[in-house]
Structure formats: structure tokens, C-alpha cells
Design a protein around this ligand. Structure first.
Ligand SMILES: *Cc1c(COP(=O)(O)O)cnc(C)c1O
Length: 360
């Protein structure tokens, strides 16, 4: 067996300890004589799995009692519709456009009501986060929407927007559990889990209780109402059971590592190794303004497309996988989520140093 350093933006690297433990439990989950994949979601064993997972997530993020945690299907993209269907009481919402994922959420919201673009960084190919301290937010907007970490462009909101009292809704898919979060600042936080937590197809929604109502847009399917899932503790129908099980293991792994403050410290050190190298390199450059850099996704370029392609190819032969940038931006991108060890980034930088010497 040989594992590569996987810099994929998602689905992405998971902690090796978690994968090993899941492998050990594959045929016989703790004396049940069956895999978690094969067991009833109404069984005692699964009840313990989902309840423990929720409690561990609550502990990690310090989630207040007036917020519900929902484990849902449809990935992050399903939320692009589910959010307006459930929260657009006045049929109006403010969107901050900082990349592809925000744009997609914005387009979807327009199907259901008036989605207003209140800020954007499209003018400079989303290489920065716009100033959101004094936005022109409509008086009757139901919420203000952000994509907190922009997976494709490598920017992150290090300061949350001033929403002028409106509920903040955030897509945290690619920065989920990478650092502590003050949940009370949000009305709704959600993320697809395949970037930093678990297997694809599942999304975690953390929503303030008063936002869960029967009063959804006409025609909202039962499965797309937060209330349906909240009323049944995410067990209205068969949930993504195996995904919840793996997420639960990752929560325990994070707790063992000291929780989110410890993760933040580790992630800052790890990202600094790569950013420090980029800042002095004569060949490679980061593409994002310094103060808005993400700790999770690091895009960079040589400025020469052929050389970029050569780099990605040679890196692959040396065991560094998935460094090609997103198809819409080109260049390279190293995603260095929680489960990417320090050593992976150190070795990548060594490889980049060598490549620089050979190609300059
Ligand atoms: C990957 C990603 C998505 C899409 O997730 P799916 O689970 O594929 O729908 C949405 N938002 C962000 C920020 C992402 O990184």
C-alpha cells in the first residue's frame, strides 16, 4: 500500500487514522456482525452513531442550544435552493459574489425571489474579498449570503460582513472546522462535507431555531423543508448513514487533536510554509491579495501555461496528486485541508524549490 499526498480540492484527503478505523470496522461494526452500511438507520447502534456525531460537532464548534444541527443529502449545491425556499419570507436577499460557488447560489436564488448583488470581486477575477463594512443592504432583505472560503480562488472572509442586523447565511464547505467559529454571528451555516470532513453527497446545516418554520415558499417539497428534518432529528427518511459515521470519526479525531483552536494553529503554520515560499519564489506566485488568503486552498501560477502543465505532471510522478488548478482559472492549486499533514506541505515546497532551480 502506498498513499500519495492528495492536494485535491474535494473530495479530499481524510485522516489516515479514520480510514484505518473504518476499514477495521467494515465487516463487523463493534460486535454487530454487520457494516454500518448494512444496518438500519433506526437501530440502536446507528442512533448512538448519529447522536454522538452531533454532540461532538456541538462540542467542537461550541454550538448554542438554540441552533439545530441537520445532516442532509444533496451536497452543498442543494442548499443553493433550500436556503431561499425556506428563508425568503420577503422574497428578497443580499448576495456577496466572491467566486463561482457564490455565483451559483446567487443564480439559484433568483428562481425564488429577488437576489440582490451587494458586493463583488469579479472585477479582479475574485482575487480579493470586497470591503463589506458598509454595504447597501435592502431594508427588507431576509438574509445576507456569503461563501466564506472560496475554494476555487483561494480567498477567505477573515472579517464577516456587516449585515446591518440581517441574518448571515454562510457556505463554509471548504473551511468547515478549520478554525473556531462564533456560531452566534450566523443565522445559518452550511457545508458539503467532502472538503474537510467526510465522504461526498452529504451536507451539514447549522441553523438558528427561529429560522425553522412551516412558512416556506409555496411548492417547497417536504424533503427541502428544514422543519421536516429538524422535527425528525435528521431521520425523516434514510439519512446518508455511512457518511454520518465517517464524519463522526473525523469529529473525534479533531477532538483528540485538541479541537479547533489547535487546528487553527496547525493550519496557520502549515499554510505559512507554502505562502512564505511563494512570496520569495522567482518562479511561482500566489494569485490572491495577502490579507484575504485562505488557509485551505492555495492557488499559484508560474505565469507560463506550459510550465504549469509540466509542473503538475512532474509533481504527479513524485506522489503529489491533484495540483492542477480549477478548469476556470488554470495554474495550480494546493488544497491543504485539516487532514493534510505538515510533512505533505514541507515535501511539496522542497519539490517546488527543486523544480524552480531546474526551470529558471
Ligand atoms: C465544493 C463546493 C460546493 C459544492 O459542493 P457539492 O457538495 O458538490 O454540491 C459548494 N460550495 C463550496 C464553497 C464548495 O467548495
Amino acid at each position: 500500500m502506498s498513499r500519495v499526498y492528495n492536494f485535491s480540492a474535494g473530495p479530499a484527503v481524510l485522516p489516515e487514522e479514520v480510514l484505518k478505523e473504518a476499514a477495521e470496522e467494515m465487516l463487523d461494526y463493534r460486535g454487530c456482525g454487520m457494516s454500518v452500511m448494512e444496518m438500519s438507520h433506526r437501530s440502536k447502534a446507528f442512533e448512538t452513531i448519529i447522536q454522538t456525531a452531533e454532540q461532538d460537532l456541538r462540542d467542537l464548534m461550541n454550538i448554542p442550544n438554540n441552533y439545530r444541527v441537520l445532516f442532509l443529502q444533496g451536497g452543498a449545491s442543494q442548499q443553493f435552493a433550500m436556503i431561499p425556499m425556506n428563508l425568503m419570507k420577503n422574497r428578497k436577499a443580499a448576495y456577496i459574489i466572491t467566486g463561482q460557488w457564490a455565483k451559483k447560489a446567487f443564480s439559484e436564488a433568483k428562481i425564488y425571489g429577488e437576489a440582490v448583488e451587494v458586493a463583488s470581486s469579479a472585477d479582479k477575477t475574485f482575487s480579493y474579498i470586497p470591503d463589506c463594512s458598509n454595504l447597501d443592504i435592502p431594508e427588507d432583505a431576509d438574509y445576507v449570503y456569503i461563501c466564506e472560503n472560496n475554494t476555487i480562488y483561494g480567498t477567505k472572509f477573515h472579517t464577516l460582513p456587516n449585515t446591518k442586523g440581517k441574518n448571515l447565511v454562510a457556505d463554509v464547505s471548504s473551511c468547515f472546522l478549520s478554525e473556531p467559529t462564533d456560531v452566534t454571528k450566523y443565522g445559518l451555516i452550511y457545508g458539503g462535507v467532502q472538503k474537510n470532513i467526510g465522504p461526498a453527497g452529504m451536507v451539514i446545516v447549522i441553523i438558528r431555531e427561529d429560522l425553522i418554520t412551516e412558512d416556506t415558499l409555496a411548492g417547497t417539497p417536504t424533503m427541502l423543508k428544514y422543519k421536516t428534518h429538524a422535527d425528525h432529528n435528521s431521520l425523516y427518511n434514510t439519512p446518508p448513514a455511512y457518511g454520518i459515521y465517517i464524519c463522526g470519526k473525523v469529529f473525534q479525531w479533531l477532538k483528540k487533536r485538541g479541537g479547533l483552536s489547535a487546528m487553527k494553529e496547525y493550519n496557520e503554520k502549515k499554510a505559512k510554509i507554502l505562502y512564505d515560499f511563494l512570496d520569495q519564489s522567482k518562479l511561482f506566485q500566489g494569485t490572491v491579495v495577502k490579507q484575504d488568503r485562505s488557509l485551505m486552498n492555495v492557488p499559484f501560477v508560474t505565469g507560463n501555461e506550459e510550465l504549469d502543465a509540466k509542473f503538475v505532471k512532474e509533481a504527479k510522478t513524485c506522489g503529489f496528486e491533484n495540483l492542477k488548478g480549477h478548469r476556470t482559472v488554470g495554474g495550480m492549486r494546493a488544497s491543504i485541508y485539516n487532514a493534510m499533514p505538515m510533512e505533505g506541505v514541507e515535501k511539496l515546497v522542497e519539490f517546488m524549490e527543486k523544480f524552480e532551480k531546474e526551470n529558471i
